[in-house]
Design a protein around this ligand. Structure first.
Ligand code: GTP
Ligand code: MG
Length: 199
């Protein structure tokens, strides 16, 4: 999948900065340090577009990237980062709530789970948060390169079980390091973008 244009469109720290227009938005969510920004860079074939770091909590704002002038990738701050103080965490939670409740209720949510760590209680809560809002996230088991092939099936099963064993759930193994799963994920994202366009 070759992307011709991808650019930083806006960095939102407060609700007023959120992008509200008719173009489709694909939001990437998951625990802090799970690999959201890395996945985004891999999908776009651009190494440094979204800032990545081995220190959790790197992404602190809602970052909008405009792809092919047609749709947005939205890089959200990770949840569950212990070092962020309560006040800041509440501020993020509010901004994220505003994003999903008002600014863009129709967004496609891509939820990342660390394949090696497995789905945690926080992931379960986040998944339920979206389901309660009528959003059914596409789930990506990332950093799959860190798991030997023999352990991948059981890891995927664990994710499915923790997230409620929903038959309709899309679960894609992925690695930002090797590019595994990128084509699969693009297939799902394109179906969404094209459906939005004709809707
Ligand atoms: P926050 O913005 O802090 O929430 O983090 P993030 O979810 O955006 O994670 P980021 O992309 O910054 O990656 C975190 C760390 O995981 C970095 O050290 C990456 O190099 C590493 N990483 C990300 N994806 C993969 C992957 O697929 N495989 C491996 N082995 N490492 C990865
Ligand atoms: Mg990030």
């Amino acid at each position: 999948m070759k992307i011709d244009t991808a650019r930083v469109y806006r960095t939102a720290f407060v609700a007023a900065d959120l992008v509200r227009d008719e173009r489709p938005q694909i939001a990437f969510v998951g625990r802090s340090n799970v690999g959201k920004s890395s996945l985004l860079n891999r999908l776009l074939g651009r190494k440094g577009l979204a800032r990545t770091s081995s220190t959790p909590g790197r992404t602190r704002s809602i970052n909008f990237f405009l792809i092919e002038e047609r749709f947005f990738f939205v890089d959200l701050p990770g949840y569950g980062y212990a070092k962020v103080g309560k006040g800041e965490r509440a501020k993020w939670a509010k901004l994220i709530d505003t994003y999903f409740a008002h600014a863009f209720p129709g967004a496609l949510v891509v939820m990342l789970i660390d394949a090696k760590v497995g789905a945690t209680k926080l992931d379960e809560q986040a998944y339920a948060y979206f389901c309660d809002r009528g959003i059914s996230p596409v789930v990506v088991a990332t950093k799959i390169d860190r798991l030997p092939r023999g352990k991948r099936m059981s890891a995927m099963k664990q994710v499915q079980v923790v997230l409620g064993n929903r038959e309709e759930m899309t679960l894609i193994p992925f690695s930002a390091t090797t590019g595994e799963g990128a084509q699969d994920l693009w297939g799902t994202l394109h179906r969404y973008v094209n459906a939005e366009k004709t809707a």
